[in-house]
Design a protein around this ligand. Sequence first.
Ligand SMILES: [Zn+2]
Ligand SMILES: [Zn+2]
Length: 113
Amino acid sequence: MEAEKEEGGENVKRKIASRKLKRVCEYCGKNFNKGDVYYINRYVFSDIDWVIAFEFLICPKCKWKSEQRKARKATLPERCKHPIIHTEYSYIPGECVMEPAYDYCAICGKVSP
Ligand SMILES: [Zn+2]
Ligand SMILES: [Zn+2]
């Protein structure tokens, strides 16, 4: 057992199956045979007096796909043309009438000036 510091967040480790694994890829259900590369995603959520950790296996293909998705999401606000604008309403102080507070993009969440 290697000592592992429990830190919040995601921790991904690359592994090579030393035998056929009982567990399959969480995303596509692929089996891992001896010699296959797989990744263990371990999520740890912690608070002052509790820690929840769970992990799942993911195949290299799905890992790559999820990274592409993450990268796309990260650059979304720069590429977004804000095609769907929603208006957020809020109550006028002291009255039970709502007024438009601000507009925001339903795709990337950018608030319009
Ligand atoms: Zn997969
Ligand atoms: Zn947008």
